[in-house]
Design a binder for this molecule. Structure first.
Ligand code: MIC
Ligand code: SF4
Length: 641
């Protein structure tokens, strides 16, 4: 039997286990990436492991999220990251160089290799045929120290792309179609491997838009073959030497298959407040729009931005609308500037922002009360933009630019023929904002500002728990709900005691006070609890507040791993209907925890307030059970020989 791409790459990186769906495997990691908002924790954890030099082929630390520097904290963090990188053999991408995923795709991605990153959209480099996985910072720290990364072998789904896209229809519409069909839970436990004759019609940047937003499906990752297009892309980047063909065998088998006829797609939009709330743009066209934001790691290639620039050339945005552009990388910014795209955008009234995440993570551009924001981004969870109760729509850069021109949500096909974007023949490579590690690490002093606080620790799991339910939330609660980001809070990412004050702040402002008064407790969630980002602060901060267990209908992959890494017990309800018999304020007893997590799959818990027995499963591998018993991955790692 032939092999698919995923099996081939995992096969050459397998350290433990068998490539059998549902079984735990350990894989070796070639490259790691971190960004500043998750990076400080990752490097504090790496330092705690006392390893003198990273053991990966390449590790790189990006600064792209928290670039606003509203106080001393952010620049302190950046200095810490820069000096830690210099000392331990890590490359450092300076603020202004661009968003980690786009820069990584352009400058470091390598077909056939494995990348682990402390950001959920690490999956972007799947566009070149690299196996790329988002994880919590601690998992990335372990990988930097040379340890394997453990995951449950996902199903591999073949997504057959047929034909080619019609004018004005884009890669963004392909992934929005996936979200429409499968929802934000549709990719859980799966890797999407793209194939079919439609693949060759998509450029690497288009492929990367699709693999980027595979994160919104909850997928472990998404991957394209490495082919002629990939070679062309790497050649442009002056990196043709890393190209190699990566393709599935003709007789490859898949766990599931689906097909998308590219020619049948239309411009799509994800309505508030979930990336899977998708409909055709034409169904809601005419909606008055106050703000348009183009950029982010999903959609800020040269083609994306030049399309916007060409649409807006010689025109002006309406007086009621604010347009911002945040180019994904310095390289793209430079190319768009050289092609006079920046001039067209400025003259049309666009506000040019730096190459960084910017509005995507609420670092400025929070929409006004009751206003409508249309964005070329990937997430529109409630409050993520920085405004609680926001109305954010996600579209392609084409739809965004035409909407910016018209002032109302517009199907771009209404504009007639799409603009012709000049094909770049050559680009000048300038990596002056990527600093190599120091040749004399012993002379490097790691700089630690006063905002960088020690990592809180959790002790070993107790014999039994008897705790109150501090909060009960519904389905699809994202990490943005649990531990919001934005300009105010990103400055506190290195200070767990301070950031903990904001856990669930937009969901229930009384949560923190309650958690403190009760000395911690238990959280109850619905389906897909913890979807979205990889931020381990969504586990670390609740841990700091004394949260000992989360009981949910189901969990998102990265968040569940983060809970385990920080010693919080994740329990899945055997019968979803039992969710209804637990209320906030109820007392839950979990007896004999140690025995349950090591000897059986089932953990019987008791709602003593309702006098009801409830069956849950922990679904822990024996390695994970040991991590929990030790009180988290750092403690566990210390127990290893
Ligand atoms: C996001 O898009 O939510 C982020 C901010 O990039 C996060 C990482 C973080 O919270 O720092 C992610 O996607 O993992
Ligand atoms: Fe940055 Fe937004 Fe991409 Fe996250 S999704 S990495 S915040 S641009």
């Amino acid at each position: 039997m032939g092999k698919n791409i995923v099996q081939k790459i995992l096969g050459t990186h397998l350290v433990t286990g068998k490539l059998k769906v549902g079984e735990e495997i350990g894989i070796s990691i070639d490259q790691t990436l971190t960004q500043d908002a998750t990076g400080t924790m990752a490097y504090l954890q790496f330092e705690a492991m006392e390893i003198p030099h990273v053991k990966t082929k390449l590790s790189i630390s990006y600064v792209d999220h928290n670039t606003l520097q509203t106080g001393f904290e952010s620049m302190d963090d950046h200095l810490y990251l820069q000096t830690v990188a210099a000392k331990y053999g890590i490359y450092f991408s300076r603020p202004g160089n661009g968003i980690c995923h786009q820069v990584h795709l352009e400058r470091f991605s390598a077909p056939g290799e494995v990348l682990l990153g402390s950001d959920s959209h690490t999956t972007t480099s799947g566009g070149v045929g690299m196996l790329t996985i988002g994880a919590g910072g601690l998992d990335v720290a372990v990988a930097m120290a040379g340890g394997p990364f453990y995951l449950t072998m996902p199903k591999v789904v073949l997504v057959k792309l047929k034909g080619s896209l019609k004018p004005w229809v884009t890669a963004k519409d392909v992934i929005l179609e996936m979200l429409r069909r499968l929802t934000v839970r549709g990719g859980i436990g799966k890797i999407f491997e793209y194939g079919g004759d439609g693949v060759e019609n998509l450029t690497v940047y288009e492929r990367a838009t699709i693999t980027n937003m595979g994160a919104e499906l909850g997928a472990t990752t998404s991957i394209f073959p490495s082919d002629r297009q990939t070679r062309k892309f790497l050649k442009m980047q002056g990196r043709e030497n890393v190209w190699k063909r990566v393709k599935a065998d003709k007789t490859a088998e898949y766990d599931e298959e689906m097909e998308i006829d590219l020619a049948e797609l239309e411009p799509l939009v994800a309505k508030p407040r979930s990336p899977d709330n998708v409909c055709k743009v034409k169904e809601i066209a005419g909606l008055k729009v106050d703000q348009v934001c183009i950029g982010s790691c999903t959609n800020s290639s040269y083609h994306d931005l030049m399309t916007a620039a060409t649409i807006l050339k010689g025109k002006s945005v309406p007086s009621h609308l604010s347009l911002t552009i945040s180019p994904g990388s310095k390289q793209v910014y430079e190319q768009v500037a050289k092609s006079s795209g920046v001039t067209s955008l400025i003259l049309a009234g666009a506000r040019m922002l730096e190459s960084a995440c910017g509005p995507c993570i609420g670092m400025g551009q929070a929409p006004g009360t009751g206003t409508v924001s249309v964005r070329g981004f990937n997430r529109n969870f409630d409050g993520r933009s920085g405004t609680k109760g926001d109305t954010v729509y996600l579209v392609s850069p084409e739809t965004a630019a035409v909407t910016a021109l018209k002032g109302v949500l517009t199907d771009p096909r209404d504009l007639g023929d799409p603009p012709k974007i000049p094909i770049l023949k050559k680009i000048e490579i300038n990596d002056n904002m990527i600093l190599p590690p120091s040749p004399n690490p012993e002379n490097v002093q790691v700089v630690r500002g006063p905002n960088i606080k020690e990592l809180p620790k959790r002790g070993p799991l107790p014999e039994a728990l008897s705790d109150e339910v501090l909060i009960k939330v519904g389905d699809n609660i994202s990490t943005d709900h649990i531990m919001p980001a934005g300009a105010k809070l990103l400055t506190l990412r290195s200070n767990i005691p301070a950031i903990s004050e904001y856990v669930f702040v937009n969901v229930d402002p009384g949560f923190v006070k309650r958690a403190k008064e009760k000395g911690g407790g238990i959280l109850v969630g619905g389906k897909n609890y913890g979807q979205g980002s990889s931020r381990e602060h969504a586990a670390l901060a609740p841990m700091y507040l004394g949260v000992k267990a989360v009981i949910a209908k189901s969990f998102a992959r990265i968040h569940r791993a983060n809970l385990i890494n920080f010693g919080i017990l994740p329990l899945t309800l055997k019968n979803e209907s039992d969710y209804d018999v637990i209320a906030q304020g109820d007392f839950i007893e979990i007896p004999d925890i140690k025995k349950s997590v090591t000897t059986s799959d089932t953990v019987e818990i008791k709602n003593t307030t309702k006098n009801k027995q409830i069956s849950t499963t922990h679904d822990l591998t024996s390695r994970q059970a040991q991590i929990l018993l030790a009180g988290g991955l750092l403690n566990y790692t210390k127990t290893l020989p």
